[in-house]
Every structure is written in structure tokens, then in C-alpha cells.
Ligand binder design. Structure first.
Ligand code: SF4
Length: 320
């Protein structure tokens, strides 16, 4: 996960909740990709540093378990950059230019001016992030499949040059995750300021939920509405699906107003967020413990990564 700001409910629904489940069956490596974040936030390194810490504490308070999984910061495991360099040497420029999101991201993040040497090489760093741990699989959504395919191609090319198949081709662990839109119906994003943070305080949560868009045809309480056209309802489907049928009934038959409907949703979100927010406060009281968790994770990640890197160099006959 790239630390570029606060984590929000969209991150929980789209990734974190899946990670928490994956820990039950797999040995997972969860990385705060601070080098990747720096590619778009190079003017604000402090933002990356603060978000790294804040995001990590969110992970812990939402159930990522350092006893089960390896948690680490990318920049603390130098092997990522070393393998990135090696993979850059064998990655044809054409593959990078053709990367589906390269041009799109440059346009979308125009004000950040990410038309840089490092950003072009982003897929090679991503391949290094995965290959260092000989990952069997990477949890991805459909939209990220082309990136994973590029990582697989880079690994294949490396193995074809240096014969003894040191690097493993990662498989996609395709996860169908629901998408939670922003408060205004667009993609939930910090830059649209339409998000609910994972540690949102009660007052601002209230303001945000009560201000959400509803079915525009429902102007008065007596007008019947259509939940399918309402953003509030789409939240119910994910946050509190047990209430879906009630809400449909009230809405279609104009039995309750939108304010009441939003108040119930507000309570559901609050009940979900508040205990984790408290847990985050507790965790933050003992910063040493957080750094100890990171140190343990980073030592472990480094151990695995350095072994792979050694095998890579041996395969290339860079070392005997
Ligand atoms: Fe949306 Fe609820 Fe209002 Fe229906 S009653 S339009 S679901 S907020």
C-alpha cells in the first residue's frame, strides 16, 4: 500500500479486509510502499513519512497481526532497490512505455509532475517487491492484472537469461472485492475529499454522512425513492447488509425520510469505526512497541530478501 495520506473506508473494503482474511490461510508479507509513494510525493517527503506511520497503525488497529504476518517498510529493506536495479537492466523500455497506467497516471496527476525516470521504472520496482519474497501469489483486483502480468514477464525474462529459474513467477490471487464509492458517488479518494477516514472522529463523520447525496428524485419525505439510484443505499449494501430489505421497503413506499435513513447508516459506520479508532489511540500510546513490531518485520523481510538477492547474483555469476 502506498502511503500518500490517510486510509479510508475504501481501503478497508477494497484491500485491508481481504488482507485480514488472507492471514488466516497464508504467510503474508505486507509492505508499506514508501518508495512508490515518493514517486508522486517527492515534493512532500514528510507527508510520506507521516502517512507511513499512520497507515501502519491503522493496519494494526484493523486486524493485521504482526504475529502472523510480516509487516515492513519498503525503504528499510535495501534489497528492493538492488534487485530493482538488476531488473531494470533487463527490462526493455518499450514494456515500460506500454504499461497501461503510465500515461494515464501522468495525466491524472498532472499537478504532481510524475513524468520522471523513476516513475517510468515503477513496474520494475514492483517486480522486485514481489520477486524478492518468491511470492506464490499477489492479491489483486482485475484492474491490477496488467501490472502483475508485467512483473511476471520481467521475472520470465530474467529466468530465461540466467537459466536456473531463481525467481518465481507470481500468480494472481484474484479477489472480487466490492467497491465503495465516495460520499459524492465518485471514486473514494483523498484528492476528491469525499472519503471517510478509518479513524474519522464522530463529529466529522456525522457531517459527512448526513451530507451524502441521495436519490435526486426524492425531494420530499412523501416522494417514493429508488435505492438503486442512491449512494447511501450502496453503503448499506456493504456496511450493513442486514438492513438492506428494510431500507428498500421504506424508500420505495416513502415510509421514512432520507435523514432518518442516513442516521441509521451513520450509527452503523460509527459502531464499526469507533472501537478501532480507540484501539489506534491505545496503540499510539506505546510508540516503542510499534517500532519493535516494525523492526521484527523488517529483520525478517531482510533475511528472506537477502537470500533471494544472493541467489540472483549467483545465477548471474556476479558472485561465486
Ligand atoms: Fe436513499 Fe435512504 Fe433516501 Fe432512499 S430513503 S433515497 S435509500 S437515503
Amino acid at each position: 500500500m502506498r502511503p500518500t495520506g490517510k486510509l479510508h473506508l475504501g481501503h478497508w473494503v477494497g484491500a485491508l479486509s481481504n488482507w485480514v482474511n488472507l492471514q488466516k490461510k497464508h504467510h503474508c508479507f505486507f509492505m508499506v510502499a514508501d518508495w512508490h509513494a515518493l514517486m508522486s510525493e517527492y515534493r512532500n517527503p514528510e507527508l510520506v513519512k507521516n502517512a507511513t506511520f499512520d497507515n501502519l497503525v491503522d493496519w494494526l488497529s484493523f486486524g493485521i497481526d504482526p504475529e502472523k504476518s510480516t509487516i515492513f517498510r519498503q525503504s528499510e529493506v535495501a534489497e528492493h532497490l538492488e534487485l530493482f536495479m538488476i531488473l531494470s537492466v533487463i527490462t526493455p523500455l518499450g514494456w515500460l512505455w506500454r504499461c497501461p497506467t503510465f500515461k494515464e497516471q501522468i495525466k491524472q496527476l498532472k499537478e504532481k509532475n510524475i513524468n520522471t525516470y523513476a516513475f517510468l521504472g515503477y513496474p520494475a520496482l514492483q517486480a522486485s517487491d514481489i520477486a524478492l519474497y518468491k511470492a506464490d501469489c499477489v492479491p489483486v483486483g482485475n484492474d491490477q492484472l496488467p501490472h502483475l502480468e508485467l512483473a511476471r514477464e520481467i521475472v520470465r525474462r530474467f529466468n530465461s537469461f540466467y537459466k536456473n529459474k531463481v525467481l518465481k513467477e507470481p500468480k494472481a490471487l484474484l479477489t472480487k472485492v466490492p467497491r465503495l464509492g465516495g460520499l459524492d458517488g465518485r471514486k473514494m479518494s483523498k484528492s476528491y475529499n469525499n472519503y471517510i477516514a478509518l479513524d474519522e472522529e464522530d463529529q466529522s463523520l456525522k457531517k459527512k454522512v448526513l451530507g451524502m447525496f441521495t436519490d435526486p428524485a426524492r425531494k420530499r419525505k412523501s416522494d417514493p425513492g429508488n435505492p438503486k439510484k442512491c449512494n447511501v443505499f450502496s453503503y448499506y449494501q456493504i456496511i450493513n447488509p442486514e438492513r438492506e430489505d428494510d431500507i428498500k421497503q421504506w424508500c420505495h413506499h416513502a415510509q421514512k425520510g432520507c435523514v432518518e435513513c442516513k442516521k441509521i447508516l451513520l450509527e452503523s459506520i460509527r459502531a464499526f469505526i469507533a472501537p478501532k479508532r480507540e484501539k489506534k489511540r491505545e496503540i499510539l500510546k506505546d510508540k516503542k512497541k510499534i517500532y519493535d513490531i516494525l523492526k521484527r518485520g523488517e529483520d525478517k523481510a531482510r533475511q528472506v530478501a537477502s537470500l533471494t538477492l544472493k541467489e540472483v547474483k549467483e545465477a548471474m555469476q556476479l558472485i561465486a
